[in-house]
Design a protein around this ligand. Structure first.
Ligand SMILES: CCCCCCCCCCCCC[C@@H](O)CC(=O)SCCNC(=O)CCNC(=O)[C@H](O)C(C)(C)COP(=O)(O)OP(=O)(O)OC[C@H]1O[C@@H](n2cnc3c(N)ncnc32)[C@H](O)[C@@H]1OP(=O)(O)O
Length: 245
């Protein structure tokens, strides 16, 4: 891909400068963001239809994953390309933060929800899907408009404000979903390797899941405060609803 943009990751606190992506990369990003916006709108639509058809608990939350599974897996997995975009320098995002952001969700879908029904039907799963969906519709549509040299202030404000609430909801949901997979993972000895074996090595997936949960402690604050810094830089420090002059 012809990347005419800035090369490599940049410090989140530095002002953004540079020519932006070259024409080919620009066209690709417009297409990518439109497709991803449409995909997440489809997730939202299926989510709402499920809630309207199953308004009482536990079905209201326990069947959400089942309803949105295919479309969610497709469009969340396509987010892996964001790491590629950042690594190629066609977007000025921080590669490491983007990788943590994307891998945590892709892992949750393929390594936790896909193999464990208990995670699929957990309240946590429905919470994080809701938080991801709202975030991504706003984020990808904002990027699309920005590439087309339009930045509707309301969308920009939502992009750099909703995370304040949606991140904690999303993280709580993800941790609850992983937690609900711990017992079945231990009971089924899923993806585990017990001694004795020719490799002389043991691996217990449920301990690995505990390790993933612990990883949130150092990583989540990095993501959250990165967004706080972005917000301060782009729309100001306090929760302003009026456009900055
Ligand atoms: C086995 C492995 C397991 C590993 C587990 C590790 C656990 C770690 C814990 C992780 C916790 C994550 C929890 C999370 O999943 C929960 C949720 O998401 S809940 C919902 C709320 N979430 C959010 O609001 C997400 C916010 N995060 C992000 O937006 C990004 O991921 C982040 C990397 C944090 C953002 O950083 P970035 O610097 O990229 O933000 P900007 O939007 O300001 O973009 C910077 C510039 O790049 C341009 N850009 C970026 N992408 C595009 C694109 N697709 N198209 C066009 N342009 C793009 C953007 O416009 C900015 O450019 P400029 O500065 O010129 O305006």
């Amino acid at each position: 891909m012809a990347a005419g943009g800035k090369a490599g990751p940049k410090s989140p606190s530095k002002p953004r400068a540079g020519p932006g992506p070259g024409p080919l990369a620009h066209g690709w990003l417009v297409l990518y963001n439109i497709v991803l916006t449409a995909g997440w709108i489809a997730v939202l639509y299926v989510y709402i239809v499920h809630v309207l058809n199953n308004p009482s608990p536990p079905e209201v939350y326990s069947g959400i994953y089942d309803s949105v599974e295919v479309v969610l897996k497709v469009f969340q997995s396509l987010a892996l390309l964001e790491i590629v975009h950042a690594a190629l320098g066609i977007v000025p995002s921080n590669v490491l933060l983007t990788a943590f952001q994307v891998f945590s969700r892709v892992f949750l879908l393929w390594g936790v929800a896909h193999p464990f029904k208990e995670a699929q039907t957990s309240l946590g799963m429905s919470l994080c899907i809701a938080a991801w969906t709202i975030t991504e519709i706003i984020r990808y549509s904002f990027y699309t408009f920005a590439l087309l040299k339009m930045k509707p202030y309301v969308l920009q404000w939502c992009r750099y404000t909703f995370f304040i609430v949606l991140y904690p909801i999303g993280v709580s949901g993800e941790l609850l979903a992983i937690y609900s997979a711990l017992t079945p993972a231990a009971e089924q000895k899923a993806f585990s390797l017990e001694m004795p074996n020719p490799l002389n090595f043991s691996f217990y997936y449920h301990y690995f899941l505990v390790g993933v949960m612990l990883t949130y402690i150092p990583v989540f604050p990095q993501l959250y405060f990165h967004m706080v810094r972005q917000r301060r830089k782009i729309i100001g420090g306090v929760i302003k609803v009026v456009k900055k002059e």
